[in-house]
Design a protein. Structure first.
Length: 244
């Protein structure tokens, strides 16, 4: 039987080792540089809210003069500026709910109006891992989640399904959930100083300050706790729009 020369055997072995080494080097470069990882777009939900106004005027002073009266009746008493100034009783995610309350108010002599508010969308693009993407998605949609929680609490309190003490406990749970979202976001993106990440950080700080005011029960004169819950979610959703 014909034998392979020693040199040929050595050359074949060297070629195999070289191919394995090159393959390992290329795969390492791909993993470390995310060469073939697809860029992902993570964005907040496209949302519209319906602010129910119970009083409007061209003068903000007129609304400040009657705000306390309505806050004593469980209304938010939030002043929203658009084409004129509106005193907002509450905010709804469902137009039918807003229409139902509006009709009841008008029957009772109020001049209620509904203002549709389109929330600005926000998104980030990058090579995010599945964990980063999930945490970022929760961060981008946390205001909507806070609204849903606080809205349900205020309705349950107004209809006496829960007591004021129970409402406060649920508010604390909402605040705790927000803090978890905020801290997870900061843990993952602590070393990032991209403009969009910094904007999210600033937004977290703003929302945290508003929620803390609720947990500390900083009531205005004649304001009910239900009113404080409502003006809290109004501020979280509408303050940024109001300032523009």
């Amino acid at each position: 039987m014909k034998k392979f020369p020693y040199f040929t055997t050595f050359a074949v072995t060297l070629s195999v080792l070289l191919c394995v080494s090159i393959g390992y080097f290329i795969s390492t470069c791909i993993v470390s540089t995310n060469l073939f990882q697809l860029t992902k777009k993570v964005e907040s939900a496209q949302t519209s809210y319906y602010a129910l106004s119970i009083f409007s005027s061209d003068s903000e002073e007129d609304l400040n003069a009657v705000k306390s009266e309505f806050q004593n009746k469980n209304c938010a008493g939030y002043i929203f500026k658009s084409d004129k100034f509106y005193l907002v009783a509450s905010v709804y995610k469902n137009i039918n709910d807003a229409e139902l309350v509006k009709n009841n108010l008008n029957v009772n002599g109020y001049n209620a109006e509904i203002i549709k508010v389109n929330m600005p969308s926000f998104y980030l693009e990058g090579n995010f891992s599945s964990q980063e993407e999930e945490i970022l998605r929760l961060a981008l949609n946390c205001k909507d989640k806070i609204f849903e929680n606080l809205y349900d609490i205020s309705i349950s309190l107004d209809t006496q399904i829960i007591s004021e003490t129970e409402a406060k406990l649920k508010v604390n749970e909402t605040y705790s959930s927000f803090e978890t979202t905020k801290n997870n976001f900061e843990t993952i993106f602590k070393s990032s100083h991209l403009n969009d990440i910094e904007k999210l950080r600033d937004e977290f700080e703003r929302v945290e300050e508003i929620l803390e005011n609720l947990t500390k029960e900083n009531l205005e004169e004649n304001q009910t706790y239900s009113s404080l819950i409502k003006i809290t979610y109004c501020k979280i959703l509408l303050d940024e729009i109001n300032e523009n």
